[in-house]
Structure formats: structure tokens, C-alpha cells
Ligand binder design. Structure first.
Ligand SMILES: *[C@@H]1O[C@H](CO)[C@@H](O)[C@H](O)[C@H]1NC(C)=O
Length: 481
């Protein structure tokens, strides 16, 4: 039912003929050119065939907004509304036009209330043009007045869109980068010509932090997934289709340096990314714009301090597979076929595990059957980091963004989180459960910490050797079932 060809169809029937030689070619190219180019070469496969190698494209079939309102089977299922396809469906239901009848541009926004605090929204608009002196995007749109029906459907008014941290989210983007107004010459630009999407991205200042960045990038993919699963009643087709990927590009609105996750932003954009200050009017000419959900609206920020017990999440597994595919990680060997591999995250700043070298050595002596490594992820490219994680069965780290790598472990792995003495954070536990991984945690002991200042974010963590060995024994034993 998905508009993506199903993986079975591609690999079993027509696909293998094409895919295998291209993979071989890819490998040859890999040996000859720098890594960034190979990523592009293999990515062509996706752009051409609409198919990554991981089989899990688990998106629900597209629905029309009105029909969608009846499809929430269990409206009370908080887990599905946050982490399952009902999350996407909730947005689909609310597809609403925001411009008045005299506007030549469209602005359609989608919203979902995840908790009691905020209603999250994102918008799709077009055609858009670029005012080049101030690098401001313009849309011929006047926001219409809210009618009875809008109120009864609980659709938020444009002026009520909330603010998010680090100056992100639709409200911030509209305020700073988009001008909605009556544009005199706009009438001469036929809106049907709008081609491709400019994905307008305003990153958080925290763009070096893996967890923050993955939440942001995933929020962009969730926005696109809503568009892929919602029929535009005007065209009878989904708002965003696989063909649109080729025509789309990420447009960075922020002025932050590229950072380690720059490439991944283009996971669903076939054109090279640009910064808005480098764009010409032609680059934006008659494209549609997407003002996506911000990272902090991501449902995986929810319940950080609670055990959610929501089980596995189709949305997070889908994201995991997509990122693995983007970085060409399609290793299918399992722990059964190779020696179990354990990776200890070697933090070099803040919250370091005291005596880790000694403990690690002792652990290696005790479990010679396990392949072990201590890895300073921060010294590696994201692609290298993900390769390590995807060949790891047991990932261990002190609480911190490095544990985000749980997302890239192979299915059915084990995550071990060592928490600072009094911390009761549940985010990585919930994440592990969402991915179907086993999870173990323990707390550091109160101890005199060299250069400690009592702040858990800063201080190194001390764990007795026996406690360390105990939790490692459990984690290793869990691999055996
Ligand atoms: C997951 O791993 C455990 C422990 O090795 C094993 O008993 C179980 O069968 C595995 N489950 C799947 C679905 O592979």
C-alpha cells in the first residue's frame, strides 16, 4: 500500500539485477574516491529506485485529511500518538489552509497536541520567491480569519504558534525569514509551476550534540512523513512524493558552522544543501517551502524522566534504518555469526568514568570470548561512528549524548547506561525500549571526584570495580538469551 516500492519487490524481482552491479561499482568507487563522494554514488540508488536496502518502510498508506479524522483507532493510546503511526495521522487530520481567498500562494499547516503544554505545527507553502537584498522569502498570502469550523477542529491560529528553545520552530522561522504579504507581480507566476521543496532548516546552537541533532533531523523526516501520508485534496496526490525528493534541497537559515551532522540533513533532499545567504532568486524560484517541526517538538523528548513503557516505536526504528542506509550500513551479520562485540564509550570531557582503563582491562581478561573496544566517538566522523555502533552488540557509556548511538545498534542489542549518583534520567531507557534493545543501568557511587564541583553534568563518575563487573556480566550474559 505504500507508494514506495516494497523492498521484496525490488530485491527479489527486478531490483537485484540493477542493485548488485551498482553495489560492486559502488565498492570500486569506494576504493578510489573520498568517502563523501561514495555516499553520493550509493545514494543515487535511492534517488533512482526509491529504495534503501533496509526493508522497513513502515509508513501507513496516504489518507485524505477528512478521512483521516476517522482513522485513529485508539484515540486514548498515548504511546501510539507519540511514537507510532498515529502520531503522523494526527497531523494529517488537521491539514488546514491558512491564506485567504485573495492570496495566490497556499500555506497549509498541520498540527498535533502531544501533551498539555504545546500544540506543535509545521507548514508547507508556495509558490515562494526570494527577496534578494534581505534574503527574505516571500509568499503572496494574507492569513485568513478563523471561522467556526477551525475553532471546533481545534486548529491553532497562525499567531498562536509557540516558540521553541534556541529560537527554532515555525514561529521563529516565519518571524525572521518569511514575509507573508500581498505581492503585486505574484499573480503572473502560475502556482502550478511550483517544483521541488526548499526545506527550511534553522538549527539549534546545540548542533554539535548528537542527541539534539538526531532529534532535529528526525523531526524534519517526521514532517515529510506526514506530507507523504496525507493526500492533497487539490491534486489528489500526497503532498510530498518520492519524486519530490530529487527536486528538493535543504536551505539552512542559521549561520552555524556545518558541524558533524551537516550531510545527514539532506537525507530526503536530492539537491545539494545551500545557506540562505548564498541563494539567488533563481535558486528559490517557484519552489514550495517546508517549515518543518523543530527538534524540541520531537516525541522522543517526551517522558525523559518517566518510564514510559511504550514498547517498540515504528517511528524510531524507521528513522534508525534510514540513517543506517544513508551511511551505507547494511551489515546483516548478527551476534550469532560473529563474536559478540562490546563498545565502551570513552568520553574525553566531563562525566568520564574513573579508572576506566583498569576496568576495561579486567573485563577483557574475564571475558576473552567477547570482542571489546573503547572508543572516543568524538574523534570520528559520523559515518565512522555509525559503523562502529552498527557492529556493536553491547554499548556502554556514562549518561550522555553518546548513548544516542543506541539508535544505530543492530536489532536486539544491549545498552548499558552508567548514571551519575543521583540522576534518574529515563530517556535512554525509553529509547532502548522503543528500539527493542535490552537495557541495564546502574548509578555511580558517592565518591571524592578529582576536580569535581558537585554538578552532575560536569563531574566524572566513580563506580566500584565490583559494581562495574556485575553489570557487565549481566549485559554479556543477556546476549546469550
Ligand atoms: C534476541 O537475543 C536474545 C539473546 O541472545 C535471543 O534469545 C532472542 O532470540 C533474540 N531475539 C530475536 C528476535 O532475535
Amino acid at each position: 500500500m505504500s507508494w514506495f516500492p516494497t523492498p521484496v519487490r525490488l530485491s527479489r524481482h527486478c531490483g537485484r539485477l540493477v542493485v548488485v552491479p551498482l553495489l560492486v561499482l559502488g565498492l570500486v568507487v569506494y576504493l578510489l574516491v573520498p568517502t563523501t563522494r561514495i555516499e553520493n554514488a550509493l545514494r543515487q540508488l535511492y534517488l533512482e529506485h526509491g529504495q534503501y536496502r533496509h526493508p522497513q518502510e513502515t509508513l501507513p498508506p496516504p489518507v485524505t485529511p477528512s478521512a483521516a479524522s476517522g482513522t485513529l483507532a485508539k484515540p486514548a493510546d498515548i504511546c501510539a500518538l507519540r511514537f507510532g503511526n498515529d502520531y503522523l495521522r494526527s497531523f494529517s487530520r488537521t491539514a488546514t489552509r491558512y491564506c485567504d481567498a485573495g492570496s495566490s500562494a497556499d500555506l497549509t499547516c498541520f498540527s498535533h497536541k502531544l501533551d498539555d503544554k504545546k500544540t506543535d505545527s509545521f507548514c508547507l507553502g508556495g509558490p515562494a520567491s526570494l527577496e534578494t537584498t534581505q534574503k527574505r522569502i516571500e509568499l503572496d498570502c494574507t492569513i485568513r480569519d478563523w471561522a467556526e469550523d477551525d475553532f471546533s477542529r481545534n486548529v491553532p491560529q497562525f499567531r498562536d504558534f509557540p516558540l521553541y528553545w534556541y529560537n527554532t520552530g515555525p514561529r521563529a522561522i516565519f518571524n525572521q525569514h518569511i514575509k507573508l504579504q500581498r505581492i503585486a507581480q505574484a499573480a503572473t507566476t502560475p502556482s502550478a509551476d511550483a517544483k521541488g521543496f526548499s526545506l527550511l532548516v534553522q538549527r539549534e546552537d546545540n548542533h554539535q550534540n548528537l542527541w539534539h541533532s538526531m532529534m532535529e533531523i528526525m523531526s524534519l523526516t517526521l514532517s515529510l512523513d506526514v506530507l507523504r501520508t496525507t493526500i492533497n485534496t487539490k491534486t489528489g496526490k500526497p503532498f510530498f512524493t518520492h519524486d519530490d525528493i530529487k527536486q528538493s534541497r535543504v536551505v539552512f537559515l542559521d549561520k552555524l558552522p556545518n558541524g558533524p551532522y551537516f550531510d545527514l540533513w539532506s537525507i530526503f533532499a536530492g539537491k545539494l544543501p545551500m545557506r540562505i545567504q548564498d541563494m539567488s532568486a533563481m535558486d528559490l524560484a517557484t519552489t514550495n517551502i517546508l517549515v518543518p517541526l523543530p527538534g524540541s517538538s520531537n516525541p522522543f523528548w517526551q517522558g525523559d524522566w518517566l518510564d514510559l513503557h511504550c514498547g517498540e516505536s515504528t517511528l524510531l526504528k524507521l528513522f534508525s534504518n534510514r540513517v543506517l542506509d544513508f551511511y551505507n550500513e547494511f551489515d546483516t551479520t548478527t551476534a550469532v555469526q560473529r563474536p559478540p562485540t562490546l563498545t565502551l564509550i570513552d568520553r574525553k570531557e566531563k562525566r568520564r568514568l574513573l579508572n576506566k582503563e583498569l576496568y576495561f582491562e579486567a573485563l577483557q581478561k574475564k571475558h576473552p570470548e567477547v570482542n571489546m573496544r573503547m572508543v572516543d566517538y568524538a574523534a570520528l566522523s559520523l559515518s565512522e561512528q555509525i559503523h562502529i555502533s552498527h557492529t556493536t552488540d553491547i554499548l556502554i557509556g556514562v549518561h550522555g549524548a553518546g548513548l544516542t548511538h543506541g539508535i544505530f545498534l543492530p536489532p536486539n542489542s544491549t545498552l548499558v547506561e552508567i548514571q551519575p549518583p543521583s540522576l534518574k534520567h529515563k530517556g535512554f531507557h525509553n529509547m532502548a525500549e522503543a528500539l527493542g534493545h535490552r537495557y541495564f543501568t546502574c548509578h555511580g557511587s558517592e565518591h571524592e571526584i578529582p576536580q569535581g564541583n558537585g554538578d552532575w553534568q560536569h563531574d566524572d563518575v566513580f563506580l566500584e570495580e565490583t559494581a562495574f563487573m556485575e553489570i557487565m556480566d549481566k549485559a554479556i550474559a543477556s546476549m546469550a538469551g
